[in-house]
Design a protein. Structure first.
Length: 395
């Protein structure tokens, strides 16, 4: 077990009709002129966007809006948001949507408090020192960005995807109504379930395996999401199932399930290049990479993988061989991904194998030109990342 700091300042309002408290929350956290940031599509069709505007109008809170956020959000729109907010005197950001919208708003928040190019923060040239306050109305449980310290953005030029972790960007509040997730398409629901589980799996696979309470919480969360994820695909308007998934999404990435462990996050870093190169849905990309990462690093801690296999994947324990148990658990996760409609390799993800040139470029970007190593369970250099991509490239 390692020493840790646990900091989760986000105020959560969870349940049916929770959107009704929006004006009070904005005022509580000092908002007088709000940027409503969103993607489009469902928040417009559902009437949620109109409801948000109406509530702010009734409360006398001024607002401006910026839609158009896409999956794997782009830096160019964040630049537009920074300019708009400075021009309009915005002092509070409201993200209405899922992880892409929230992350885009976080980038805008950093940019508003920095005189230079906000990409400097993501390029490692500047450490953020402040961020404009942010609130969230969550519509897609997946990223956990509504309570996390992380934000990922893709630079349009070169499709370079980078992340930044800082407590400064944690939302002041998160409004979560599971009913808002009823109409999510099955693929998006399944990708979200995969992402939620992976946020805890990235913390779980560690050499520090003596934090019993954290393990118990992590395993319970992963089992719950796995079970509810399968059931909700057949019963999409089941409030109880949607509520478990939505709350798990927040807990999986506010670091509760990582207290006392050393996180890995190599799978996320490797997947980011799939999203930027092929436009893949993030959760689906994680499903396509994780089994192959797991096979590649299994020898680093086979008993840990065996514990996961028994306590999460639900396979029998072969007490004679932790490695056999571990491999059975990896195979069980591949079966789970297929049952919920997720891919388990690159050809299933993008419809064809990646070329050697694409693999080399993705590995180069992931390791920042061979200058960084990924993960902690096993430190992965450029050649390791290439090997994992090649393993994932086979059907």
């Amino acid at each position: 077990m390692v020493d840790f700091k646990y900091y989760t300042p986000t105020e959560v309002v969870f349940g049916k009709d929770s959107e009704g408290c929006l004006p009070d929350l904005v005022r509580k956290w000092g908002g007088t002129r709000v940027l409503i940031h969103y993607g489009g599509g469902s928040v417009v069709r559902s009437g949620l966007l109109a409801q948000v505007k109406s509530q702010l109008d009734a409360a006398g809170i001024a607002w401006v809006e910026l839609g158009g956020v896409v999956p794997n959000p782009r830096l160019s729109l964040a630049y537009e948001g920074i300019e708009l907010c400075r021009r309009e005197g915005v002092d509070f950001l409201l993200a209405v949507g899922g992880g892409s919208v929230i992350d885009s708003a976080k980038v805008i928040g950093y940019g508003l408090q920095y005189d230079g190019d906000v990409w400097d923060i993501y390029d490692g040239k500047h450490k953020p020192v402040a961020s404009t306050p942010l609130g969230v109305i969550l519509t897609i449980p997946a990223s956990g960005s509504e309570m996390s310290d992380s934000a990922v953005i893709t630079k349009d030029d070169g499709l370079i995807k980078r992340g930044c972790n800082s407590d400064l960007c944690r939302p002041r509040f998160a409004i979560m109504n599971p009913e808002r997730t009823y109409t999510l398409p099955p693929y998006q629901t399944a990708a979200g379930v995969t992402d939620i589980m992976m946020h805890t799996m990235e913390r779980y696979f560690s050499h520090e395996d003596d934090m019993l309470l954290t393990d118990a919480m992590a395993e319970a969360l992963m089992r719950t999401v796995k079970e509810c994820g399968e059931k909700v695909l057949a019963d999409p308007e089941n409030y109880q199932l949607r509520a478990q998934i939505m709350w798990a999404g927040s807990l999986a990435h506010n670091n509760l399930t990582g207290c006392g462990t050393v996180s890995d996050f190599a799978t996320h870093r490797i997947e980011h290049e799939l999203s930027s190169t092929f436009g893949a849905t993030h959760g689906a990309g994680l499903a396509a990479i994780w089994p192959h990462w797991a096979e590649y690093v299994l020898a680093e801690n086979p008993t840990r993988f065996a514990q996961f296999a028994v306590n999460v994947a639900g396979v029998p324990n072969d007490f004679r061989s932790p490695e056999r148990t571990a491999r059975a658990g990896i195979a069980a996760m591949v079966d789970f991904y297929h049952r919920i409609g997720m891919p388990a390799n690159l050809p299933e993800l993008v419809g064809r194998p990646a070329t050697e040139e694409e693999i080399a470029e993705m590995a180069w970007k992931a390791t920042r030109g061979r200058t960084v190593r990924l993960g902690n369970l096993k430190k992965l250099d450029y050649d390791d990342v290439v090997a994992i991509y090649r393993m994932a490239n086979k059907q």
